[in-house]
Structure formats: C-alpha cells, structure tokens
Design a protein around this ligand. Structure first.
Ligand code: SF4
Length: 297
C-alpha cells in the first residue's frame, strides 16, 4: 500500500466510524422512543419533535467531528505522519556494515530499511565524491531526478550548485556531496511526484549513514545546505537567516557552515529575486573556497 492509498484510507476510516456510531446512536434512540410511545401515547407529538431535534443535533455534531478529523489529516503533517506509520523510532544503525569504507557503506545502504522511506523510493541515493575531499556538502534528501539516477545533486538544484561551485573556484570533483536522508520522500500530485520534506523521525533514522560517511571522508568543513541538513548535523533546529555564513565549531563534526539549499533559489518568485538569492549563495560558496585556501587546500 503506498502513501496515497493510506491517506485515502484515513479519509474513509473516520467517515465509516462516524456512520457506525451514528447508526448505533439513532437505533437506540428510536427504540427508546418507540417503547416510551407505547406507554405514553399522549405525549407522542412532543416526542416526535424531540426526536427530530435530537436527530438534527446528532447529525450536525458528527459532521463537525468529521470535518475536524479531515482538517487534521489534511493540514497537520506530523499528525498524519504519526498515523501513517508506527510510533516506534527506527534507525539505519543495524544496516551499517562492520568494515566501513565509502564502497561498503554505499553497498549496504542499498538495502536499508531503517525508516519507511525506502518503500516508495526507486533506490537509495548515497553520497558521491572522493574519500580525500576536504569539504562535504550536505543537502536535505534526493529529488525526483536523483531518485531516478541514483546520484545526489543531479537535478535542477544540483545544476545551481555546480554553477556556484565553479564560480567560487571549487571543483565538484574535490567535494563530497551527500544528503541528510538517502531516500526520496514524495507525494503524487497529478502526474508529478512532489517533494516532501522528511520529518524529524526520518532524519534521525538516517543519521547513522551521514555520520558513517563523514567519519570515512573526514572533511575539514561540512557545509549544511538548508535547515534539514543543519538539523541533522547539529542535532537541533537553527534559524538559517541567523546562522548563515558563520563557521560553527561543532564538537563532533568539526567546522560547520550553514547556508540555504540551492532549491530555495528556484522557489523565488521572479528572476530578480532568484538572482539576488543566487548571489548570496555564491558569496557563501566563496567563503568555503577561502576557508580551504586558508587551511591549505
Ligand atoms: S531514508 Fe535513510 S534510514 Fe530511511 S530507509 Fe532510506 S537510507 Fe534507510
């Protein structure tokens, strides 16, 4: 059963429960009305009015309850997420190989079932780049094209990243690119598979892969592209606007720099906004280049 079918089921379920409860409720009420009527014919008219009033109130109450339930399903992502999956926190930890190299990690990640995301994705999209990379770029999750091709940052956002790296004089072959979450999370809208941000439970579940690959590569600098990557690396929510462009000294992972995800540039309303956002992103990439120069490339 895919996520869409589960959501449909969740829409039907409360409706079914409502109908059932309503049916039972009305049957009991009717039974009571009939038995009362047999003993007290004089107040039959009064009982009929009461019955109708109760009927309307019950229908209205159940309708409100149903609407409330539907709004929860439609608008509360975390609630829906909890309903769709079990509450048990799962992890990729048990899928990690004992001997760890980029090759063995990549191989093992192919069969990871550390969270529910593997079910709807085409394949695991593991990190890509040399073991000697001095900088690691961490994105959020693979997109539609990455999911099909099995490589990170090969879609429209990847092209912006490539352009900014080239302009900042950083060779893509010299950096390790990966994502906080290795499977594509999406929802069907018409013919398109629309990206959905992974929830915290999935980011936590996938973290062992990120930790393991960074432990092998040991980059001097980890660049978090967007809030999900920053959350995965730093273990807490941070405001991108506040922390952007700062070199943060993380106890576990060394120096971390936070910036936006290149897809945020594509989401800008018009060309001038996109250009402005791109310039800012490029400035962040130049900070990375300068850091590498200063620390001896
Ligand atoms: S998203 Fe990560 S933890 Fe979840 S199944 Fe994929 S590789 Fe495993």
């Amino acid at each position: 059963m895919n996520e869409r079918e589960r959501v449909i089921l969740l829409w039907i379920k409360p409706w079914g429960i409502q109908q059932l409860t309503f049916g039972v409720h009305m049957s009991l009420f009717k039974l009571k009305a009939i038995s009362d009527h047999q003993f007290d014919v004089r107040s039959a008219e009064r009982r009929r009015t009461l019955f109708l009033g109760h009927d309307v109130a019950a229908r209205f109450g159940f309708l409100l309850a149903h609407l409330k339930m539907c709004c929860h399903i439609r608008y509360s992502a975390s609630w829906r997420e909890d309903m769709l999956t079990t509450h048990r926190q799962t992890s990729a930890e048990e899928f990690l190989p004992t001997r760890r190299s980029l090759k063995s990690l990549r191989e093992a990640a192919r069969s990871c079932e550390g969270c529910d995301l593997y079910r709807n994705a085409t394949q695991t999209v593991f990190g890509d780049g040399p073991k000697e990379a001095r900088v690691a770029l961490v994105g959020e999750q693979p997109g539609d094209m990455e999911d099909r091709q099995g490589r990170p940052f090969v879609g429209p956002a990847g092209r912006i990243l490539d352009k900014a790296l080239a302009e900042a004089d950083i060779r893509r072959e010299d950096v390790y690119v990966t994502n906080a979450v290795k499977h594509f999370r999406w929802i069907q809208r018409g013919k398109r598979r629309m990206h959905q941000r992974p929830v915290l439970r999935q980011v936590i579940a996938c973290k062992p892969w990120l930790r393991a690959e960074l432990a092998v590569v040991q980059p001097r600098l980890v660049v978090c592209l967007g809030v999900t990557a920053a959350q995965a690396m730093l273990g807490k929510m941070i405001g991108i606007a506040k922390e952007r462009g700062k070199f943060l000294d993380d106890e576990k992972d060394g120096i971390v720099l936070v910036t936006i995800h290149p897809s945020a540039i594509l989401r800008q309303r018009d060309k001038s906004e996109q250009e402005k956002e791109y310039r800012h992103f490029l400035a962040d990439m130049k900070l990375v280049a300068n850091y590498l120069l200063d620390s001896g490339r």
